[in-house]
Design a protein around this ligand. Structure first.
Ligand SMILES: [Zn+2]
Length: 228
């Protein structure tokens, strides 16, 4: 987590009802939770970065919208949010903020400077992405985000191994198809770290991935206007 995304300009000046922004968001960003990155076929919701109950002035505003699954949504709830205290997938290069490890464990990247690291930790805690079995706050029974990361890590590594044994364009396309149907862009991107062609395919296939979070060689770079 989290794939850096570009929502683009607001499709309309103001929504009459925030729920009507859902198809626009899904078209621009794909059916992925903006926080945990899972593909969510149904029940994906328009997420208000600043809760509509606390900041009603932003309740219908495109810039305040993301997409969230029920787990990320319920963890975040109606917490008051000071935007500058966190990292956001539509503003920052959030792919630089976290590191994926064997088993789908996600943690703030060790190379982060302390102030940004604190924001990465705060962002993970805000939506409960730090909830794994054994943690101080373990996941609830209905929160299987950690398991999906675990399974996707294994699935991506299996794909990497198969590709090393039988490298064809068809298999590359098939792996990308699997990735976009699964979500968890960051895990695929991490597992295929040594394969620039696969990374480029993944970036292109996941709609809405922020292009200026990458340099011409496909490496991560500071996002213009972002905190990292
Ligand atoms: Zn989520």
């Amino acid at each position: 987590m989290m794939r850096p995304v570009d929502k683009g300009a607001a499709p309309v000046a103001m929504y009459a009802n925030y729920a009507t922004a859902l198809p626009d968001l899904e078209q621009r960003l794909g059916r992925y939770c903006s926080y945990c990155e899972r593909y969510i076929a149904t029940n994906l919701a328009v997420e208000h970065v600043q809760a509509k109950s606390l900041v009603p002035a932003l309740a219908l505003t495109w810039s305040n919208f993301l997409l969230a699954c029920v787990n990320c949504n319920s963890c975040k709830g109606h917490s008051p949010v000071t935007v500058a205290d966190y990292l956001w997938p539509d503003c920052d290069n959030t792919l630089r903020a976290f590191e994926y490890r064997t088993g789908g464990v996600v943690a703030p990247h060790p190379a982060l400077a302390a102030p940004v690291r604190a924001k990465a930790e705060a962002s993970a805690a805000l939506v409960g992405l730090d909830r794994v079995p054994g943690a101080a706050t373990p996941p609830t029974q209905s929160d299987l985000r950690w398991l999906k990361r675990f399974e996707t890590w294994r699935k991506a590594n299996d794909a990497l191994r198969r590709l090393s044994q039988n490298d064809t364009v068809e298999l590359r396309e098939q792996i990308v198809d699997t990735a976009i149907a699964t979500g968890l862009f960051s895990i695929w991107w991490t597992v295929f770290a040594a394969d620039g062609n696969m990374r480029a395919r993944l970036r292109a296939a996941f709609v809405g991935t922020c292009s200026n979070s990458f340099d011409a060689s496909g490496n991560l770079q500071a996002r213009p206007g972002g905190q990292l």
